[in-house]
Design a protein around this ligand. Structure first.
Ligand code: IVH
Length: 670
């Protein structure tokens, strides 16, 4: 394709894709199918690879970042990020209103908004482009998490329209929708990783991850509620939010103007109920004086504005009866107690079960069977027992004692020092553990074996056809085809899936083995640092904990895994089947540490190599390829047509600029 034609096509696709992005993620009104979207995105990716000179960090293809940044840079907020005063009753709202009326004697309006329960963020836009995203931090300075925030689809990278101020900040809340949260916890449970307590913690945790591509996979969302800057379009906060929504920001539809206190109260009553229909966690309503001029007049106390208050919803709870305690055994052998309750309505849903988490919680609550217990929906998700009405207890009631033997296989349970959970140590003989490991191995994020879902594995196990991961690779077509509801076709699909799994990269195989605490991220990290299972096996605890993000708990679990002969046997067997236990040759060859500790930004177009090749060279030689220039940048690798703003920034920070030739010399191959 000719350059000019390509350029036009690229621009067109970028515009079109951003438009669909907006319709899908901000308006929730998609116009094309996911498939069509992906096809267009791929087409754009292809063109951008072919014509690297048209690289643009704001292209929709650049949302999934790839550079791994270590600790985040701290940035001072232009305007401090303060907190709000809380009100827990309507009386306190009336007091708030009276205080304001004493200070100003003119008519004014309020804006009511939902109070999102996530992680606050401040975004800086210059000339309609997102240039920085900073967390709240201590309110004065926060972490620069731009590369992570860029992956959030509902955050506009470039603004729509043309009437936005040249420079402004917009603040909002990064949230993890309930649905995404539940799915994530399900996956973490399967991987034997600790669960997030609520969507707020998982949003905050995700935002601080080191790998933006992991952040992208977590599907965060963002709602905005505050604009700051010198040239905002209107005096009204509400009017400004409306404008922001035109520029492409997601503003909650629930945001409403209220002319008086009565309207504010109606809003509170309405949303106390309706909030359960909102797809993200909210914990109250924020009431703000609409006029920015009046806001300024009212000013701030040391900690919070006088012109706003947060009304907190009451956590909904109910009393019910504890019928029994069940014990579930997971893939890793962890035994979780679950309270079986007399069904009760809380926050719009019927609650029949509540997690009791571990033995300590049962003890602290002093739980007895048939106790009347108080159940609360913590963060509106996982119901928990918050207390017991001991006055209603029958004098002969029996205390709940944590079981001593595995409910599935009868093996005495063990508890590791310093850990709250009890485990069934019978890894190789306890059915839910074995089946759980098999399911995990075949799962989507692990070996992704088509056709080997939970039900099929259950069948295979019960029929004695597969009692371990290794057995999968010995399955015959006739055996599979003979199973209930399975035909030749499905049998072949499974065999093909197993064959295909032999191509899965080492990091996935490592994750699939189901070593406790070795989730996807840790597996990736280990594969990247150590390259092969044999090398991993040789590592001592001290050597393992020297690796970034690998703590003692993970290191001990790895050592424990390799201390078991049956695991070594399984690995040797899988190796013989052709599974990958080391990173691929291409990646391994030519790896050096010549650029160790260096962070290099690539800008412009080059003569000898494409940008992707240069990026590959940096990484292969132990360096880091960063997307934007900061104090931490070691060099800017500049080609032709380096962007003027980059040049200026590099100059300002005194960062050396090197040519392609100089760079290749550093590697010693020019
Ligand atoms: S306005 C001067 N509006 O609540 C503070 N905050 O307790 C202006 N929050 O840090 C904040 N939803 O993270 C505002 N609609 C909303 C909000 C909201 C959630 C969070 C925000 C802030 C905290 C204050």
């Amino acid at each position: 394709m000719e350059r000019e034609v390509a350029y036009r096509k690229i621009t067109e696709l970028r515009k079109e894709l951003e438009e669909h992005n907006y319709k899908y993620y901000v308006l929730a009104q998609p116009e094309i199918s996911d498939f069509d979207f992906d096809m267009k995105l791929r087409e754009l990716e292809k063109l951008e690879t072919e014509f690297p000179e048209f690289f643009d960090p704001y292209s929709p293809t650049q949302r999934v970042g790839s550079d791994i940044s270590k600790a985040f840079e701290q940035v001072e907020h232009r305007y401090p990020m303060l907190s709000l005063n809380n009100a827990y009753s309507e009386g306190e709202i009336t007091d708030f209103d009276s205080r304001i009326k004493k200070l100003i004697d003119e008519d004014f309006e309020y804006v009511c908004e939902l109070k999102f329960d996530g992680s606050s963020i401040s975004l800086l836009y210059e000339k309609g482009k997102l240039v920085r995203a900073v967390t709240r931090g201590d309110g004065v300075k926060g972490d620069d998490v731009t590369s992570n925030v860029r992956t959030i689809r509902s955050v506009p990278l470039s603004l729509r329209g043309d009437d936005y101020p040249e420079v402004f900040e917009i603040r909002g809340e990064i949230v993890m929708p309930f649905q995404v949260f539940e799915e994530l916890n399900k996956q973490r449970q399967e991987a034997g990783e600790p669960l997030f307590a609520n969507p707020r913690n998982s949003a905050a945790g995700t935002l601080k991850m080191q790998d933006p591509s992991m952040v992208a996979s977590r599907k965060l969302d963002a709602y905005f509620y505050s604009l700051m800057g010198d040239n905002l379009p209107a005096d009204g906060h509400y009017e400004n939010l409306k404008k922001a929504s035109e520029w492409g920001f997601k503003i909650m539809d629930a945001t409403q103007l209220c002319r008086n206190l009565d309207e504010v109260f109606s809003y509170l009553h309405k949303w106390d109920v309706e909030r359960h229909k909102v797809p993200v966690a909210t914990d109250g309503v924020v009431i703000k004086v609409n006029s920015r001029r009046l806001q300024e007049e009212l000013g701030f106390t040391a900690k919070s504005p006088r012109w706003a208050i947060a009304y907190k919803f009451k956590a909904e709870s109910a009393a019910t009866v504890l019928k029994s305690v069940l014990y579930q055994v997971g893939r890793t052998g962890a035994v979780t107690p679950v309270a079986n309750l007399e069904p009760v309505q809380i926050a719009g849903t019927v609650v029949k079960r509540a997690s009791l988490h571990n033995a300590d919680i049962i003890k602290n609550l002093d739980l007895h069977l048939n106790d009347t217990v108080f159940v609360e929906k913590g963060g509106e998700i996982i119901p928990k027992i918050t207390g017991v009405d001991a006055g209603k207890r029958h004098p002969m009631a029996q205390a709940v004692e944590f079981i001593e033997k595995c409910p599935e296989c009868g093996t005495p349970l063990v508890r590791n020092e310093g850990e709250a959970a009890y485990y069934c140590p019978n890894e190789t003989g306890c059915p839910p553990q074995i089946k759980g490991k098999m399911e995990h191995f075949a799962g989507r994020k692990a070996m992704d074996i088509d056709g080997l879902g939970q039900e099929t594995i259950e069948l295979l196990y019960n029929q004695g056809l597969a009692k371990s991961i290794a057995d999968f690779y010995l399955l015959k077509k006739e055996q599979l085809a003979g199973l209930e509801r399975m035909g030749e076709k499905s049998a072949q699909r499974i065999l093909d899936g197993l064959e295909e799994s032999k191509k899965a990269p080492f990091e996935r195989v490592l994750f699939a083995l189901g070593i406790r605490y070795v989730g996807e991220t840790v597996a990736k990290k280990l594969a990247k640092e150590l390259h092969s299972i044999d090398y991993l096996r040789l590592k001592t605890k001290e050597e393992l904990t020297e690796i970034d993000e690998i703590g003692e708990r993970i290191a001990e679990s790895i050592l424990d895994f390799f201390s078991k002969p049956e695991h070594i046997e399984m690995i040797e067997f899988l190796k013989k089947q052709g599974l990958r236990f080391q990173v691929s040759e291409e990646l391994l060859s030519d790896r050096t540490e010549k650029l160790k500790g260096l962070s290099i930004v690539i800008s412009g177009t080059f003569e000898q190599h494409s940008r992707d090749e240069l990026k590959g060279l940096i990484e292969q030689n132990g360096g880091k390829n960063a997307g934007s220039i900061s104090k931490k940048t070691s060099y800017v690798l500049a080609g032709e047509n380096m962007g003027p703003s980059k040049l200026e920034k590099a100059d300002k920070l005194g960062i050396p600029i090197i040519s392609e030739e100089e760079f290749l010399k550093m590697l010693g191959d020019s």
